[in-house]
Design a protein around this ligand. Structure first.
Ligand code: CAA
Length: 501
């Protein structure tokens, strides 16, 4: 295992700040989108082809936002072997609100109790699916700032994405991602290139605090997503071009080895690649167009803002960008199509998927463009440079190996029938915010090592336990001794399970 223990070797200004390790958690049960089409009585192919979704992960009443984040953070700390005392900042991004005041971050502090470390900055950040990116930016900025004390930061992004019955329901999902942030990272955030686009829009929002469901204007949300993508790419390109000498060719998708997007559903991501290609086409010089975009000249007078739903433009640039999509984006859609929209973790699930579909050698030295979108709206485009250091024991090889079980973990999930999924949604609706409440879901159906809700008391205080865990990559396991968390060691002794998480 590479030395994650602390950053004591880091003297002076921290170099190569970025993502060192990533842990992904998704629920152990899913519904098949083809089966859901039949159950919902929609035309065959609507969810699987029209939206590009294969399976949708969902949670019973045993899991809430706190338990999802407890699970992802525990796994990250166990896998990397970083002690809780070595964390100086913990940021949570989520839009799944169970308490209007008390943060998820404060709940996660229970995991720090044995270490005695309470000196941990950061709280929760909320704006639809963007909170994870805001948390990442905060964490990276802290490490790069004069406030940094030499310890790691951790970002946890988690959500339960559920919709009322109807057209939006198949675009749900659930999960959490935890990321270790620090210097000498294998995935370095490129500095000075970030571009953001923020506006006031009611495309998707959650005004009814008694319900888990959002109010969503589907068509407007797609238009907002695409217009934010255009705006971010325009600014990103301007910043990238400003760094080049005048003879260099202007920023285009050519410069990037991978293109990753927030994925509400995979078809929109494929259209987004086409959309960026359309941007490049409009930015190309007169001489360049016949060379690179032969046959597309007729679209030269089109304007970005008039073409969000222009089927001719969409079809032409989907076709033009097909190879780019297959090579640079499709490998990142594993979790997006198999689990669904996880909201704040979606983009980082895409990053984990991309890494899990590569080797250290194929990743070394690559550049990755990422687009984060949260309704309402907040969007940022940024880029990562992957380290060249891929030798045995390097942080990149450790990162790749830690995500190599993603496919097998997805395959080890249990399929449940759509009527069971619908009943679970109904149960969540009926019991949302109920107190006192004892969840009725089956603990045995959870993956080993999963934290779950055991009880909400009459004062709305939530208590959690953890399913026994064997070990993750033989890393040391954590024990916790708070009032609300059952000590893992007590739990592990009698009931070891065969399946690793
Ligand atoms: N076979 C193949 N394709 C089919 C089909 C069939 N049998 N039936 C329909 N389709 C296609 C349609 O042609 C359409 O494709 P195009 O968009 O390429 O034309 C696609 O399936 C979707 O069908 P509809 O246009 O009928 O749309 P819908 O009423 O099913 O709603 C939705 C789709 C608007 C995305 C809805 O699911 C929704 O509101 N989802 C939640 C909001 C959302 O995800 N917005 C995305 C941007 S906002 C964001 O990114 C933040 C976030 O995470 C929420």
């Amino acid at each position: 295992m590479p030395s994650y223990k602390n950053n004591s070797e880091c003297k002076g200004w921290p170099k190569d700040v970025g993502i060192i390790a990533i842990e992904v958690y998704f629920p152990s049960e899913y519904v098949d989108q083809g089966e859901l089409e039949t159950f919902d009585g929609v035309s065959k192919g609507k969810y699987t082809v029209g939206l590009g979704q294969t399976k949708m992960g969902f949670s019973s009443d045993l899991e809430d936002i706190n338990s999802l984040c407890l699970t992802a953070l525990s796994h990250l700390m166990e896998r990397t072997g970083v002690g809780y005392e070595n964390i100086g900042r913990l940021e949570v991004g989520t839009e799944t609100i169970v308490d209007k005041s008390k943060s998820v971050k404060s709940v996660l502090m229970q995991l720090f109790e044995d270490s005695g470390n309470t000196d941990v900055e950061g709280i929760d950040t909320t704006n639809a699916c963007y909170g994870g990116t805001a948390a990442l930016i905060n964490a990276v900025n802290w490490v790069e700032s004069s406030s940094w004390d030499g310890r790691y930061a951790v970002v946890v992004a988690g959500d339960i994405a559920v919709y009322a019955k109807g057209a939006a329901r198949p675009t749900g999902g659930a999960g959490a991602v935890a990321m270790l942030i620090g210097p000498h990272a294998p995935l370095v955030l490129e500095s000075g290139l970030r571009s953001s686009h923020m506006c006031h829009v009611y495309d998707f929002y959650k005004p009814d605090l008694s319900s888990e469901y959002p109010v969503v204007d589907g068509k407007l949300s797609i238009q907002c997503y695409l217009s934010a993508l255009d705006a971010c790419y325009r600014t990103f390109s301007r910043k990238a071009n400003a760094r080049k000498d005048s003879a260099a060719s202007p920023m285009s998708l050519e410069e990037m080895d991978a293109l990753l997007f927030h994925s509400p559903f995979c078809k929109l991501v494929q259209k987004s690649v086409g959309r960026l290609a359309f941007n490049d086409f409009l930015n190309a010089s007169v001489e360049e167009v016949p060379r690179t975009y032969h046959g597309l000249e007729a679209f030269r007078d089109k304007k970005l803002e008039d073409t969000y739903f222009d089927k001719d433009v969409e079809k032409a640039f989907l076709s033009y960008s097909q190879d780019i999509f297959l090579k640079k984006t499709k490998p990142s859609l594993l979790l997006a199509t198999q689990v669904g929209n996880m909201y704040t973790p979606s983009l980082y699930g895409g990053l984990a998927s991309f890494i899990s579909n590569n080797t250290g050698e194929s990743l070394a030295g690559k550049r990755v463009l990422l687009f984060s979108y949260g309704s309402g709206l907040a969007a940022t485009m940024f880029s990562l440079r992957i380290t060249d250091d891929v030798g045995p024991g390097s942080r990149l090889s450790e990162l790749v190996s830690s995500l190599s079980d993603l496919h097998s973990r997805l395959n080890s999930r249990t399929e449940v029938q759509p009527h069971v999924f619908a009943e679970t949604m109904k149960l969540r609706e009926e019991t949302h915010h109920k107190a006192p409440y004892t969840p009725v879901g089956k603990v045995e159906s959870l993956f080993p090592g999963t934290w779950y809700l055991t009880q909400i008391d009459e004062a709305h205080r939530r208590q959690y336990k953890r399913r026994p865990l064997i070990s993750i990559n033989n890393a040391s396991s954590v024990s916790s001794s708070s009032s609300n968390l059952v000590k893992e060691s007590e739990f592990m002794s009698t009931d070891l399970l065969p399946q690793d998480v």
